[in-house]
Design a protein around this ligand. Sequence first.
Ligand code: APR
Length: 312
Amino acid sequence: MPQRKKIVLIGAGNIGGELASLAARRQLGDVLLVDIPDKEGVAKGKALDISQACALEGFDAKINGTSDYADIAGADVCIVTAGVPRKPGMSRDDLLAINLKIIRSVAAGIKANAPDAFVIVISNPLDAMVYEMQKVTGFARQKVVGMAGALDAARFSHFIADELNVSTKEVNALVLGGHGDSMVPTLSYCTVNGVPVRQLISREKLDAIVTRTKKGGGEIVGLMGTSAYVAPAAGAIAMAASYLLDQKRLIACAAPTDGSYGLEGIYIGQPAIIGGAGVEKIVEVELSDEEKAQLAKSADAVRGLLADAEKM
Ligand code: APR
């Protein structure tokens, strides 16, 4: 008898709630929201609310909330948003000290209770959090990834589509590098249904779009007073679905570098094929000299974060 997959969401805050709703509505499996004991009521309350929406909309998924890590046993996927989101004026890197402590305890809980899970980290600063998750769990590197490239590419695509007044479905974008101000939106791989975007938009406007993409998270923090949560959840659900359904989608994500792009031993945004085995392949694309230099700079920023984390 086929069994439903088990999707565990660690952190039942804004992104966690959105993840639960999307996973249930897409019927990817049963969903468990996990939070700290003080917030167990929130996890259970969101689970009930979404379950009742499923009853209205006719989706089959069991959704529960807990603060007990023993309940995550048997998880096929764990998506981690545990941590504190950015407040206005705070950079992702400012979050390092607070969220590092949280990620270490979450990783220990996953290691002890869900050793076969595919782990997708969303907590910021992403590249350091996902590195720490793999380090503490000791899981195979292809089973631990970070969600950022999907979101950054979605932001890039939205701005391009908006500028050209075309459907976002036609826009393909690729954003590499760390999930921070040093990210590398690659114009050469940005097309509207195959037409290079440089043929459609002036250099000046493209530069402005690249800058807006890099600051895309901060723009939303400035407007709402907290981090974005709808698009980040959609990005992680796309990755989870690609794993659970063995879709083998090519999605940029914070993936381990084992020589790819000339980098070793860190996690950074790269195009990866995600299938039933996790990150099945890192795809190395040709980069311009400028993009190569930007990626090297971004890798330096990630190494800086890791060095800071090492001391904490
Ligand atoms: N175990 C489980 N949950 C935890 C833990 C822990 N050890 N520590 C904190 N949490 C929970 C918080 O109680 C809170 O409910 O994580 C949740 C985070 O939710 P929000 O504060 O709403 O934050 P959110 O907007 O969902 O963002 C989460 O993702 O994009 C990043 O920068 C963002 O790091 C932040 C994370």
